[in-house]
Design a protein around this ligand. Sequence first.
Ligand SMILES: Nc1ncnc2c1ncn2[C@@H]1O[C@H](COP(=O)(O)OP(=O)(O)OP(=O)(O)O)[C@@H](O)[C@H]1O
Ligand SMILES: [Mg+2]
Length: 146
Amino acid sequence: METYTTRNPEETLELGKKIGLGLKKGDVVCVFGELGSGKTCLIKGIASGLGISEREYVRSPTFTILLTYRGSPPLHHFDFYRLSDTGEIEELGLSEYFLGEGVCAVEWPERLGPLLPENRIDIFIEEVSESERKISISLPVAATPR
Ligand SMILES: Nc1ncnc2c1ncn2[C@@H]1O[C@H](COP(=O)(O)OP(=O)(O)OP(=O)(O)O)[C@@H](O)[C@H]1O
Ligand SMILES: [Mg+2]
């Protein structure tokens, strides 16, 4: 575990960017944290580290919980907050994404329970104060294989 502190959204974006720089296709990044802790902010940084502009994101026509950033590799951004029944998950064919050609970033991964892939990078965001976040990563950023 490696832990970082960010003091504003820009620093979280910057940390996400560093994480994104080290990611490669097939990586699944699970971002845990309360509502408003900064998960989406960090994932936007990851997209930027993968070299994808924010203009490149497209909503999945079928699933509101999935946003894909078109790039190489693409970034599939899942937000399972509103997911209530697992039927919807099966329809999604999640493993096609998790084992696919892109990078996956997942908000509210705890909603997936046993469907979470075992081989993944976990990130935990804790709200220390209104603007301070403690961000712990299960792999050292520099050691993230490319
Ligand atoms: N250090 C920080 N890092 C990230 N966000 C911060 C920080 N300090 C304050 N914020 C604020 O916290 C909020 C984080 O919002 P964000 O949408 O990224 O959270 P989230 O975890 O994705 O929430 P949700 O669970 O609703 O999807 C923003 O309003 C942002 O301005
Ligand atoms: Mg969010």
